[in-house]
Design a protein around this ligand. Structure first.
Ligand code: G6P
Length: 369
């Protein structure tokens, strides 16, 4: 067991630290940065289906559903293709409208989630083209889909998903970029710029992981919180949801993720001096709006822990704690902003003496309906 953990105390921590390598493995053979190209035969061979799709419907559960939400922002922004993201369990039972002109993307780490598998079968029966994004090679979902891409994250043992999530986002970003280039939504220059920035992500994640001690010290301050709020906007709204999910899963602290602007329609009523609020405030994503959300929190005495872009000064003045991420395109920031949240949940759970790798009541893969 100790050997398998590679010197780390838990699989989760090992898997968090494996992300630079996992993302590099996801790139392998696909990301040809020196040629400004992305090679993915599963997309090239089905290009007409993607480009002529009425819409893309993404089905998934849990963390994979959050990766799907990031993909919605990516596909719509980069490739201008309408996207709907569905919980597989809701989708399959509501008599959904699916046609032969729809493309369904199923996202699943294990490739065995019963609801996702059933949603795929339903979509196939209606004539949709079904594409899978799975981690486990040869899994049921990988076999059931018409085509797909593996994330190549390697085995994920910790029940709380970490590297599977970032590699799912990696694959989905590559697809969005490819489609955006193919249908002309992205100019050659914009595409090139994305490729170069994307190619730097593994190194930036590696750099970012050095903040571990800083995050640990923040974890020590907030470990006894009873409720936490996670806020983000745009590409980082799903990251807020995922941050809250990570905390719930392994530390059993109640946490909610919310789009920052929606705060005033409810969660603001909960804010007092006992409420830590984790806010993603990267410098290109509606920054001023998020700053004003942070001010609203401050004036209600909430504790603010903000994820900011390196060099930030404005949020630093208001927040109780800041965590810096390296600079990149806003669309690529989910691959960075999610890392501090993983570390934070990990450290809180360890400090609370919880079973990090096998939290109570949760299963790595839910193969029952
Ligand atoms: C379970 C796991 C989660 C995972 C979800 C979907 O709830 O505990 O970590 O996100 O299933 O699993 P999948 O294998 O389909 O991605």
């Amino acid at each position: 067991d100790q050997i398998e953990k590679g010197g780390y105390d838990h699989f989760m921590l090992k898997e968090i630290h494996e992300q630079p390598k996992a993302i590099t493995d996801t790139f392998r053979g696909r990301m040809l940065a020196d040629k400004n190209m992305i090679k993915m035969s599963s997309v090239d061979l089905n290009l007409d289906k993607f480009l002529n799709a009425n819409r893309i419907i993404i089905v998934a559960c849990g963390t994979s559903w959050h990766a799907g939400l990031v993909a919605e922002y990516l596909f719509e922004d980069m490739a201008r293709i309408p996207v709907e993201v569905e919980y597989a369990s809701e989708f399959r039972y509501r008599n959904p409208i699916i046609t032969e002109k729809d493309v369904v993307i199923a996202i699943s780490q294990s490739g065995e989630t019963a609801d996702t598998l059933a949603a795929i079968k339903l979509a196939k029966s209606k004539g949709a083209f079904v594409y899978g994004v799975c981690n486990v090679v040869g899994s049921s979902i990988a076999r059931e889909t018409h085509s797909g891409a593996y994330t190549h994250a390697g085995p994920e043992i910790g029940v709380a998903s970490t590297k599977a999530f970032t590699t799912q986002i990696t694959v989905l970003t590559l697809i969005a970029l490819k489609l955006g280039k193919a249908n002309g939504s992205l100019s050659d220059q914009a595409f090139k710029d994305y490729i170069q920035k994307m190619n730097r992500i593994p190194k930036q994640v590696e750099e970012l992981l050095k903040i571990d001690d800083h995050v640990k010290s923040i974890a020590a301050v907030y470990k006894d919180a009873k409720n936490c709020l996670y806020l983000g906007r745009g590409f980082n709204f799903p990251v807020a949801l995922e941050g809250a999910l990570k905390l719930k899963e392994i530390s059993y602290i109640h946490a909610e993720g919310y789009p920052a602007a929606e705060m005033k329609h409810g969660p603001i009523a909960l804010i007092d001096e006992n409420m830590p609020i984790f806010v993603i405030a990267t410098n290109k994503g509606h920054y001023e709006k998020v700053v004003s959300n942070i001010q609203e929190i401050k004036s209600r005495a909430g504790k603010i822990i903000a994820i900011v872009t390196v060099g930030d000064t404005q949020v630093k003045e208001i927040a109780d704690h800041t965590i810096e991420i390296p600079d990149t395109q806003e669309a690529l920031t989910p691959l960075l902003t999610t890392i501090p949240f993983q570390l934070l949940s990990y450290h809180i759970a360890v400090m609370l003496n919880k079973n990090v790798d096998q939290p109570r009541n949760l299963a790595k893969s839910v193969t029952v309906e």
